[in-house]
Each structure stands twice: as structure tokens, then as C-alpha cells.
Design a protein around this ligand. Structure first.
Ligand code: NDP
Ligand code: 8X3
Length: 260
């Protein structure tokens, strides 16, 4: 069976203004896919779109979107231009962590933001997009989970809970669409050096870079290439779950940090 050709596909990626989502936008555009790009930072979206059209000549629709805003998510999907209406692949990437405090010192705003983005936002986007996939009887949802959806670490209770939820939702979506050709996958990376830790530590770049000290983390491109692999398997193959770790990481507790 032949692999899926992305040239004929429309791919919707959330959270493309940075990190893994940005790398996915580049990698899927390189493969000739037409793209729907969303994030909150519109200036970055505009620059990215110009760059991708110049380099790859693909069709792109982009728009400012906060995935936590359910009516805005509905409007975004409802108002897609006709060429982009039939979404073939949804990459639920938008997400974040905030803080590393134990629950008894936890900041409520941080919890709300993680839960609203990583769980509820993913649900809102999936609901709006999967409706169309079920109608046309085809599609592929690829969720960006995390090693934090497999193991919990102190200070990560809430973030890990959101990523355990992403894993549960991926399994549930897969079961709910098993009588269709729709595929549902989760790609679950370990440490990836992006803006993730800067966001976690509310802009403290020193603390963020210490996260990766002495080891070689994954790059956003490493993850994007894995996502392209998942998306291009032949139609009868579903990579249900892929855990992708740096060679220097064996679990959320075990990392090989060199001192020299
Ligand atoms: P980045 O901070 O570099 O990128 C996060 C992206 O998500 C940004 O484009 C941001 O865009 C977007 N985003 C955040 N909140 C919202 C929102 N409410 N609505 C729309 N977009 C939003 O981090 P990563 O690339 O590392 O993170 C991407 C995903 O990968 C996340 O789900 C994260 O949990 C997951 N992950 C990351 C790992 C890592 O070690 N880096 C490891 C495992 C998983 P904007 O602010 O412009 O809206
Ligand atoms: C991000 C990876 O280990 O920082 O999901 O939680 S970790």
C-alpha cells in the first residue's frame, strides 16, 4: 500500500507561532501540503505565511485563534474559505505548561490556563473539525501529547494531568471513530528545546535553558519529522501512539547530563 501523499492534503495546525507547531508548518509545507495555521500571535503568523508561500508555493489560510475561546473556534472552522473547508489532517499542538510549584502552593491562574488550553482547547478544536471529518468519512487527528502523559513528576501534577487527559482523549477519539477510515494518533515527546520552558517559567530564560543543561534535547524539527511520518503511513496503518525521547532521556526522572 502506498504512503499518503501530502500534496493533496489540507492540514490544520494549532499553535504555529513557535516550537513544534512552527516546525510542523515548515515540514508539512516542504511536503507540499496546503495549510491552515492558527495561534494568538498574529504578527508571527503573517511572517510565517509569507515565508512558506515564497519557499514552497503552497496555499495557506491563517488566522488569530485562542483555542480556549470555544465560540471563536467554531467561527474559525465555520468561516474557512471553500478551498480549505475539507480538513484532512488536524494537528492539535497548541499547549503549554505554567509553573513547577507543588499543588499546595499552586497558582490558580496557571492551572486554569493549562487545563483550558491543553484539554478544553484541544476538545473544542477537535469537536469543530472532526464533525467535518465524520461527514466526509476521512481524516486524521494527530494530538501532541507528552512523556508527561505517561509519567508524573513533582511540580508537574496539573500539567501532567492535562497530558494524561490528551492520551485519554486520543484513545477515546480512536474508539469513537473506529467504524470510519478516520485515524487518531498521539505523538508524545520528551524534552524538546522550544519556548516551552520560557513559558513555563514565565519568561525566566536562565531557568528555562537550565532545563536542557548538559544533554542534547529533541529539536522541534525532530518532532515535526515524526508527525510527518505518522501522517504519511498508508491509509490502513494508524500509529496510535508514538513516544519520542532524546537519547539522553530515559524517563521524566532519568536524563544523562554531562558535566564537561
Ligand atoms: P512553544 O511555547 O514553543 O509553542 C507553543 C505554541 O502553542 C505557540 O505557538 C503558542 O502560540 C501556542 N498556544 C499556546 N496557547 C495557545 C492558545 N490558547 N491558543 C492558541 N495557541 C496557543 O512550545 P512547544 O512547541 O514545545 O509546545 C507545543 C506542544 O508540545 C504543547 O502542547 C506542549 O505541551 C507539547 N510538548 C512540548 C514538549 C517540550 O519539551 N517542549 C514536550 C512534550 C510535549 P501563541 O502564544 O502565539 O498563541
Ligand atoms: C513537556 C515535557 O517533561 O517537561 O511535555 O513535562 S516535560
Amino acid at each position: 500500500m502506498s504512503s499518503v501523499n501530502l500534496r493533496t492534503k489540507t492540514v490544520f495546525i494549532t499553535g504555529v507561532s513557535s516550537g513544534i507547531g512552527l516546525a510542523c508548518a515548515h515540514t508539512f509545507a516542504e511536503q507540499g501540503a496546503n495549510l491552515i495555521l492558527a495561534a494568538r500571535r498574529l504578527d508571527r503568523l503573517q511572517a510565517l505565511t509569507t515565508d512558506l508561500i515564497e519557499k514552497h508555493g503552497v496555499a495557506i489560510h491563517f488566522g488569530e485563534l485562542d483555542v480556549r475561546n470555544q465560540p471563536a473556534v467554531e467561527r474559525f472552522v465555520e468561516n474557512l474559505p471553500p478551498f480549505f473547508k475539507a480538513i484532512d489532517i488536524l494537528i492539535n499542538n497548541a499547549g503549554l505548561s505554567r509553573g513547577l510549584e507543588p499543588v499546595h502552593n499552586g497558582k490558580l491562574d496557571d492551572w486554569e490556563e493549562m487545563i483550558d488550553t491543553n484539554i478544553k482547547g484541544l476538545l473544542y478544536v477537535s469537536r469543530a473539525v472532526m464533525r467535518g471529518m465524520v461527514e466526509k468519512n476521512s481524516g486524521h487527528v494527530i494530538n501532541i501529547g507528552s512523556i508527561a502523559g505517561h509519567q508524573v513528576y513533582p511540580g508537574g501534577s496539573v500539567y501532567c494531568a492535562t497530558k494524561f487527559a490528551v492520551r485519554a482523549l486520543s484513545e477515546g477519539f480512536m474508539m469513537e471513530t473506529v467504524n470510519t477510515p478516520i485515524r487518531v494518533s498521539t505523538v508524545d515527546p520528551g524534552m524538546v528545546e522550544t519556548e516551552f520552558s520560557i513559558v513555563r517559567y514565565h519568561g525566566d530564560e536562565g531557568r528555562a535553558s537550565a532545563t536542557y543543561k548538559g544533554l542534547t534535547p529533541l529539536s522541534a524539527v525532530d518532532v515535526a519529522e515524526a508527525v510527518v511520518f505518522v501522517a504519511t503511513r498508508p491509509a490502513h496503518v494508524n500509529v496510535a501512539e508514538m513516544v519520542l525521547l532524546p537519547t539522553d532521556q530515559a524517563s521524566v526522572y532519568h536524563a544523562n547530563r554531562r558535566t564537561t
